[in-house]
Design a protein around this ligand. Structure first.
Ligand code: K1U
Ligand code: ZN
Length: 173
């Protein structure tokens, strides 16, 4: 398993619609393992393949945050939201591609998601709480959408400028 560098916004690869995974091959399973390692190392609670520059419809998540609790890693290939609740919830989101920037985003409080697991088996589950927020944030990444796209243009521009500055500083270091 290897950690992979995470792309920082703005990057054109973060704005593209990712391609479906045609076959859950050994290579795709290894990619999922690398993504989980990269997510835990960051640390984060989710990661989408485009964030490491791979334009494939694969996300990983583990939203168990309590200290000492057992990890609950998930890898979802070709995830699709099949139902969203009318009830919404607000969460102060962050993004590993937009480090140290947080903002409140309103999303459906519960979603049903269908996906293929590591064995290629079709699965469907209902998510709530932080899992629901995270799975929607990650599926947005597969569609080239970032949490800052939900914000007012001025706030989005301010965050984008901060990220441009951060990238310039990192390139100089
Ligand atoms: O997709 C990503 O960029 C990962 C992102 C997922 C996410 C966070 C918050 C709401 C929705 C989706 C992160 O993991 S940011 C880091 C983070 O939230 C966190 C890090 C350490 C401990 C707990 C949370
Ligand atoms: Zn993100």
């Amino acid at each position: 398993m290897t950690t992979r560098p995470i792309l920082i916004h703005p990057d054109p690869r973060l704005k593209k619609v990712a391609d479906p995974v045609a076959e859950i091959s050994a290579e795709m399973r290894a990619l999922a393992e690398d993504m989980l390692e990269t997510m835990y190392d960051a640390p984060g609670i989710g990661l989408a393949a485009p964030q490491i520059g791979v334009l494939k419809r694969l996300i990983v998540m583990d939203c168990v945050k309590e200290e000492g609790a057992s990890p609950a890693p998930m890898a979802l290939f070709n995830p699709e939201i099949t139902w969203s609740s009318d009830e919404t919830s607000v969460y102060e989101e962050g993004c590993l591609s937009i480090p140290e920037q947080y903002a409140e985003v309103t999303r459906p409080a519960e979603v049903r998601v269908r996906w293929q697991d590591l064995d290629g088996k079709l699965r469907e589950e209902q998510f709530d709480g932080l899992w629901a927020t995270c799975v929607q944030h990650e599926i947005d990444h597969l569609n080239g959408k970032l949490f800052i796209d939900y914000l007012k243009p001025l706030k989005r521009q301010m965050i984008t400028r901060r990220m441009q500055k951060l990238k310039r500083e990192r390139a100089r270091a």
